[in-house]
Design a protein around this ligand. Structure first.
Ligand SMILES: [Zn+2]
Length: 137
C-alpha cells in the first residue's frame, strides 16, 4: 500500500516536470534552427508578438484554457504542442508510477530514455522541414 502511494506521489511530481521539460524542448526546437536565443525575447506568439503571461505558459493546461489559440490574435496554436508536452510528462511519470519507489534508478532511467526518444524524434521531424505543430513559443 505504501509503495503504491509512493509511486503515485512520485508520478504526480514527475508529470508536470516532464511537461515543463517538453515545453522547454519545444522552444529549443523552434528557436535553435532559426539561430535565435533561447532566453530572449521571452515566450511570445510568433504571429503577433504577444508576450505570453505566466498563465499562458502552463504546459497543456494553457492550451486547453485558450482553446488552442493565441489570446491576443486568435491564431491557432498547433495541436502537436500540447500532445508533445503531455507525452513528455507521461514519459517521466508512467515508469515511476509503475515501479519508481522499488526501483528508482531504473524508473528514472526508462523515463529519461523515453523523454529523449520523444524529442529526438521531434528533432528529426523538424530537421526534415516539417512546420506542423508550430505555434507560439
Ligand atoms: Zn498572437
Amino acid at each position: 500500500m505504501l509503495d503504491i502511494l509512493c509511486n503515485l506521489l512520485g508520478a504526480a511530481f514527475l508529470l508536470p516536470l516532464g511537461a515543463a521539460l517538453g515545453s522547454f524542448f519545444e522552444v529549443v526546437l523552434d528557436r535553435l534552427p532559426r539561430g535565435e536565443s533561447l532566453l530572449w525575447p521571452p515566450s511570445h506568439c510568433r504571429t503577433c508578438g504577444h508576450r505570453l503571461n505566466a498563465d499562458e505558459l502552463i504546459p497543456v493546461i494553457s492550451y486547453l484554457a485558450q482553446r488552442g489559440r493565441c489570446r491576443a490574435c486568435d491564431i491557432p496554436i498547433g495541436r502537436g504542442v500540447p500532445v508533445r508536452e503531455a507525452l513528455s510528462g507521461l514519459a517521466l511519470a508512467v515508469p515511476w508510477a509503475l515501479t519508481g519507489c522499488a526501483h528508482p534508478v531504473f524508473a528514472l532511467g526508462i523515463g529519461i530514455a523515453l523523454l529523449v526518444a520523444v524529442w529526438v524524434a521531434r528533432g528529426v521531424i523538424v530537421s526534415r522541414g516539417s512546420t506542423a505543430g508550430r505555434g507560439s513559443n
